[in-house]
Design a protein around this ligand. Structure first.
Ligand SMILES: Nc1nc2c(ncn2[C@@H]2O[C@H](COP(=O)(O)OP(=O)(O)OP(=O)(O)O)[C@@H](O)[C@H]2O)c(=O)[nH]1
Ligand SMILES: [Mg+2]
Length: 427
């Protein structure tokens, strides 16, 4: 059987405080989301309207225009860039008629998440978000609905069609919340174990499709699926990485950000997004070949802020340099403890410099000290191995000389082994 992509119209509204060019960019991105979900864009429709119509968002004349455009061209789906209430979807589907389905950006994003979730936690998070958001918006319209899978917007993370039987839904929501709580506890326990290991945690974050997974693969052979698709990654992956100095780090690849990511979606994926919140350092990956990269960085930074992950030492990784950027950003990081680097995760260009800068950020606020530890006081040496970076150990007859990169806390704990202690406290 030949596969036919669902033909769709994308619709947006430009209100008094919006600009048409912003809406156009947002619709272009919506088109990429549609394609990722297996659809194809037939037309884009923007209405200038000071205030949205509470019944149908766009005005009634525009709804008629939309209906004609659908009916005359075999269009089965309309995707709105704005969030629609369940009743707006019902009204729009009633007025457009002929089994054309109406969905919004959030439903489309959740549909992609459902296709891309791999881990049990990821799948449960998606199913819960769909039960809370998508299910109340499913009207049963559309030829597709009786078939398994039900078409774009209705695919669940498993094989099954998204359920919309209300009584069943309530039970399912309770069960999912319970299981997710247990998995979140698990995640917290694992995180606590990583904390005790003292290995610094670095989260790779950024806009969707920026090259986060490609970067982790480049650094660690993680073997994560990296694709020219939006939201290819849903589940976080953590890999150990060794710096040239021999120090270890934990690098975590995370789910990408996108503009107009609704608050309820952020909440639904809180547990996995927490990987960024609990990191010591952030690597923000930016696709400089995308003309929209500045706006994408703004979106990333404001979402990090919303998550409570902003203000950490950050390495700004300007990626895809091999494609050439229209205008390269001025070098110079936004905050004192931040750094920037230009790389291509694809060709490997700049990766060596990236590891150096990463090291620089991790070592910020740290300095090198040579301790003299009497033989037999192995506890101090162990502490250095655990909490600092040991660079050199020289076993003398009575004293072990250990050169290590330490922070103030470790230095203070071992001050009695530092012959130059006074000097350092004056720094
Ligand atoms: N030319 C070029 N392409 C790259 C580079 N880095 C990544 N890509 C491509 O960009 C696309 C997206 O890469 P991913 O690594 O999947 O991006 P991501 O940030 O993990 O995306 P999501 O998981 O979807 O949020 C893939 O087709 C990569 O091959 C680069 O440095 N240069
Ligand atoms: Mg990815």
């Amino acid at each position: 059987m030949e596969y036919q992509a669902t033909k769709a119209i994308l619709a947006g509204i430009c209100t008094e405080d919006g600009s048409v060019s912003e809406i156009e960019k947002s619709l272009d991105e919506l088109e990429r989301l549609l394609e990722t979900a297996g659809g194809v864009c037939f037309a884009k429709l923007i209405q200038n309207k000071e205030r949205p119509d509470p019944r149908t968002l766009i005005g009634s004349g525009k709804v008629r225009e939309l209906a004609e455009l659908c009916h005359g061209n075999g269009v089965e789906l309309v995707v709105f860039d704005e969030e629609l209430s369940p009743s707006q979807i019902r009204n729009l589907e009633d007025e457009i008629g002929e089994d054309v389905r109406v969905i919004d950006r959030s439903i489309l994003i959740l549909d992609i998440f459902a296709l891309h979730a791999v881990s049990r936690e990821g799948k449960l998070q998606v199913e819960l978000a769909q039960l809370k958001y998508t299910a109340p918006r499913l009207t049963g319209h559309g030829k597709d609905m009786s078939r398994l899978g039900g078409g774009i917007g209705t695919r669940g993370p498993g094989e099954s069609k998204l359920e919309s039987d209300r009584r069943h839904m309530k039970h399912r929501i309770v069960a999912l919340e319970e299981e997710l709580r247990a998995l979140d506890k698990n995640r917290q326990t694992m995180r606590a174990a990583r904390d005790r290991s003292g290995i610094p945690k670095v989260a790779i974050v950024g806009y969707t499709n920026a090259g986060k997974s490609t970067l982790l693969n480049r650094l660690t052979d993680a073997g994560i699926l990296a694709e020219d698709k939006l939201f290819a990654t849903l589940d976080p992956t953590t890999r150990k990485f060794e710096l040239p100095t021999g120090e270890s780090l934990l690098l975590t690849d995370t789910v990408g950000f996108i503009r107009k990511l609704p608050h309820h979606l952020i909440k639904a994926f809180k547990s996995t997004l927490d990987e960024a919140v609990y990191a010591d350092v952030l690597m923000i990956v930016i696709d400089v070949s995308d003309p929209e990269y500045r706006a994408q960085l703004d979106v990333t930074e404001s979402l990090l802020e919303e998550l409570g992950a902003a203000g950490k030492p950050t390495l700004y990784v300007f990626n895809k340099c091999d494609l050439g950027a229209a205008e390269l950003p001025a070098v110079g990081a936004p905050a004192e403890h931040d750094l920037t680097v230009f790389v291509s995760a694809y060709t490997g260009q700049g990766i060596e410099l990236l590891t150096e800068k990463l090291q620089e950020i991790l070592h910020a606020g740290k300095y090198t000290v040579t301790f003299r530890i009497p033989n037999g006081e192995a506890g101090a040496l162990n502490l250095l191995y655990r909490e600092a970076t040991v660079e050199d150990v020289d076993y003398g007859a009575e004293v072990i000389s250990v050169t290590a990169v330490v922070d103030k806390k470790v230095h203070g704990m071992l001050k009695k082994y530092d012959p130059d202690w006074v000097e350092h406290t004056e720094d």
